[in-house]
Design a protein around this ligand. Structure first.
Ligand SMILES: [Zn+2]
Length: 202
């Protein structure tokens, strides 16, 4: 292994959230010291995960199957759909154990600054999912907008609520308790559970 290969690895690792160049250097050094017990198993795991994991075609969650485990679980309440920005938020809500319905992952928020419009998000698929079936009713009765209390998160919530205004669905959002500017993923389980329980009309 040449120095340039080490540098390349450090550079790649430093792009991960929470890791700067310094942490990346330490991580690489540690891996090189534990080549057989850490570095090679990690390389295999990275390759296998990259090949096996895909986005659920229904909700956008990540899993190794076309339809994710949450969507496949017959015990989950089909009448409530929780809309989140990112898979990290889905994981946060799952960790809290406060929600037993299903999800829809948008893949981000609307952002004028970053040039992200509705077409860049998983919104069309959401509206499709909520469209009434042949019998005129939708399996979903309530849509919870579990979005960050950031400007972009709230803009996204308003946009979706507006699109669903005539749908007859109950559209709710998380209660205060989500601090302004707060991202869902950073909330502790208790706060998230309280915000979900005390949700109100959007
Ligand atoms: Zn799914």
């Amino acid at each position: 292994m040449t120095v340039s290969e080490i540098d390349r690895l450090i550079h790649l690792l430093a792009r991960l959230p929470g890791l700067g160049p310094r942490s990346a250097r330490r991580a690489v050094l540690q891996m090189l010291k534990k080549r057989d017990t850490l570095m090679l198993p990690l390389a295999t795991a990275l390759q296998q995960t990259a090949q096996a994991v895909r986005a659920c075609t229904l909700c956008g969650n990540l899993d190794t199957t076309e339809i994710c485990a949450v969507c496949r679980d017959p015990k989950r309440d089909q009448s409530v759909l929780c809309v989140v920005e990112d898979v990290a938020d889905l994981w946060a809500i799952e960790r809290s154990g406060a929600f037993k319905g299903r999800y829809h992952v948008l893949g981000g928020t609307l952002s004028a600054l970053d040039g992200r419009g509705p077409a860049q998000l998983n919104i069309a698929a959401l509206l499709d999912r909520l469209r009434p079936g042949d019998d005129g009713t939708s399996a979903v009765h309530e849509v919870i907008l579990a979005l960050s209390a950031t400007v972009d998160g709230q803009t996204t919530g308003h946009y979706i609520a507006e699109r669903l205004a005539d749908s007859g669905l109950a559209v709710t959002r998380l209660a205060h308790g989500v601090p302004v500017g707060g991202e869902l993923d950073y909330l502790d389980d208790g706060t998230l559970t309280a915000a979900l329980k005390a949700r109100r009309p959007a």
